[in-house]
Design a protein around this ligand. Structure first.
Ligand code: NAP
Length: 267
């Protein structure tokens, strides 16, 4: 018989948090025991997502929820400022964080590594929980061995705070592992409008589009003599991230230390 995993969600009233609540409520082995947000305080988490009430109310005080509900896993979809504090608080209460929030920098990840090791717990950080996006990054890594002129275009809804996306940065890091950094484009190119050539990360150009109507999309374009290869992934709804989140919740209790990337926990 599978063990029961007690789950709390931070950012519960946000776009992703609501989807996580819906997904967790559908799984027999997962028990939603707490929901934390700075808004919708007092609302019933089940009813908020159009399901039946399970008695979990949205609360603001993470510490209190941790102490009162004794969860195993915290799922965080908040913002780059809140996530680090939430994850450290969870770890110091013996709870493993599954982090979907993007925008954590290397220093913050190191800090989480330290706190995870101190508490002998696992942390999963996945900039993209959609399986198709993980494959898109994997195919990009393979193509980067043969095509060295590469630009990334990531497209997201206009309420996203950080740019470029965590997925775009992760993709750029994977490209860097496959090719030597070099300057793309004409050696004397210049911008008539600042930013026209996008952001630059170790020679890789990243362009961020923000528009209502979009969810999360990315194109990686490879150019070579006489040919162009485009690898594209589209998340058409936030449900696309949920199988990855649920897998993360189930696997995190068997992990130690900080694991970055959904691909690390796929069989
Ligand atoms: P969102 O709709 O703004 O939701 C975030 C929620 O967290 C909001 O309700 C926000 O309240 C709340 N919040 C802020 N500070 C908090 C705190 N200290 N404790 C608890 N809740 C707090 O954003 P979203 O679209 O759901 O995205 C959330 C994050 O997930 C972003 O970083 C996004 O890039 C990332 N994301 C990741 C994936 C993935 O696959 N890994 C997929 C999609 C999105 P206020 O609105 O009042 O601030």
């Amino acid at each position: 018989m599978s063990r029961e995993i007690r789950v709390i969600v931070t950012g519960a009233a946000g776009r992703m948090g609501r989807e996580v609540i819906k997904a967790v409520l559908k799984e027999k082995d997962l028990n939603l025991v707490g929901a934390i947000d700075v808004k919708e305080i007092g609302a019933d988490a089940g009813e908020m997502v159009g399901s039946t009430s399970n008695g979990v109310k949205i609360q603001a005080d993470l510490r209190k929820v941790l102490e009162n509900t004794q969860p195993h896993v915290l799922v965080d979809f908040t913002n780059p400022q809140a996530v680090i504090r939430n994850a450290k608080t969870a770890l110091n209460h013996g709870v493993s964080p599954v982090i979907g929030t993007t925008g954590l920098d290397e220093i913050e990840i190191q800090e989480l590594r330290r706190v995870a090791d101190k508490n002998n717990l696992g942390v999963l950080i996945a900039p993209n929980f959609a399986l198709g996006a993980v494959l898109m990054m994997d195919f990009t890594r393979r193509a980067a061995r043969y095509f060295k002129h590469i630009e990334i275009i990531e497209l997201h809804h206009d309420q996203k705070i950080d740019a470029p996306s965590g997925t775009a940065l992760k993709t750029a890091q994977m490209i860097e592992e496959e090719r030597e950094p070099f300057r793309q484009g004409h050696p004397e190119e210049y911008e008539k409008i600042q930013g026209a050539r996008g952001g630059e990360w170790k020679g890789i150009r990243i362009h961020s589009v923000r528009l209502p109507g979009l969810i999360a999309h990315q194109e990686v374009i490879f150019g070579a003599l006489g040919q162009v290869l485009t690898i594209r992934h589209d998340s058409l709804s936030r449900e696309s991230f949920m199988p990855g989140v649920i897998l993360g919740i189930r696997k995190i209790l068997d992990l130690k230390g900080v694991v970055v990337g959904l691909e690390k926990i796929l069989d």
